[in-house]
Design a protein around this ligand. Sequence first.
Ligand SMILES: Cc1ncc(COP(=O)(O)O)c(C=O)c1O
Length: 398
Amino acid sequence: MTQATPPFNARLAPFGESIFSTMSRLAVEHNAVNLGQGFPDFEPPAFVQDAATRAVSGGFSQYSRAFGLPKTTHAIARYAEQSIGFAADPDTEVTVTAGCTEAIAAVLLGILNAGDEVVILDPSYDSYAACIAMAGGVARRVRLEGPAFRITHELLRGAFSSKTRAIIFNSPHNPTGRMFDEGECAVVAGLAREFDCLVLSDEVYDEITFARPHTSIARLAGMRERTVILGSLGKTFSCTGWKIGWAIAPAGITRAIRCAHQFLTFCAPTPFQKAAADALDSVCTDRSYLHELRRDYTTRRARMLGILTGIGFECVPPEGSYFILANAQAAGWPDDVTAAKVLVKAGVATIPASAFFDPANPDRRWLRFAFCKQEATMALAQQRLNALPLHEFAKLTN
Ligand SMILES: Cc1ncc(COP(=O)(O)O)c(C=O)c1O
């Protein structure tokens, strides 16, 4: 019997199985401490967990309105107004999605036509390029040079043309930890205005900042009407598995986003939408949880930087997010993937940051370490990393 050729969408062929899946498998195989995937290994705060428990047993178990429970769209609008000073209409400008991942997909599927171009930074969160491809668009990548990873007009200008429909801008940035400064935001905003395109502003790490408080590019002149703010409950409230995210955009763009969203998931999980509303309302009333979050992450960041520099890694100290890039080549490895495979065998899982770069980009220097981890996890990682000096680790490559 001949076997049917398994069908595969050609647009997705370049993406295949990601290094994330490989690293997760190796992490389990070697019982490694997981500093790879970016999820907290601690529980959400009690007031957020309690809100979910109440919602699950309190009449929120059926579909909600497709674009979100009224209470949730209102809470998101209130939070956006308080945190970034952005006033949005909860009924016409906010869409609740199954995590920010779905928001990214819904926006791109909602706005792109075949051949439309979307500018993305290289490196960037891996779902951007895949979603652009799924939507029939074309990603135009702009390489940022580490360790500074700075945006300049010269770098960005060449990627824009009459075909450009949007740029995806992410600050604080995964994986580099950059918070793009005023001048860099002005470059992005200026090009978006000049080429009359949208900015998809991924702000999921808005509350995990070290350099200065987060500000949204949507606040710059002429940007409100062309910015889609993308957010997530998961990072701020340590509940990445709840998959609650959102897109805030002017009504016309929101109609396109909602059109795609209704056929992707129809609605985000209702009990977690209700819990999200309670969590956001609570920090709008009293911001002390957010201050504690920042203080805790400042401690975790210092601890992880201490561990990594202590064993000889050159690191990029993050301005925001919960990731640190460490230079594997400077430590003696040929590239990041080799380094990650050796380290996972030694019991520490990381993510080779080339997963966030265009495969054509030759930069293979960076390993990404996540520090959204408990002290015990970091201490165990330190013990394992300290077992051998870094240059000895590098020798294991051969
Ligand atoms: C930059 C960025 N955007 C979006 C997401 C996805 O967020 P969510 O878990 O809400 O889907 C992540 C998750 O790691 C991220 O790092």
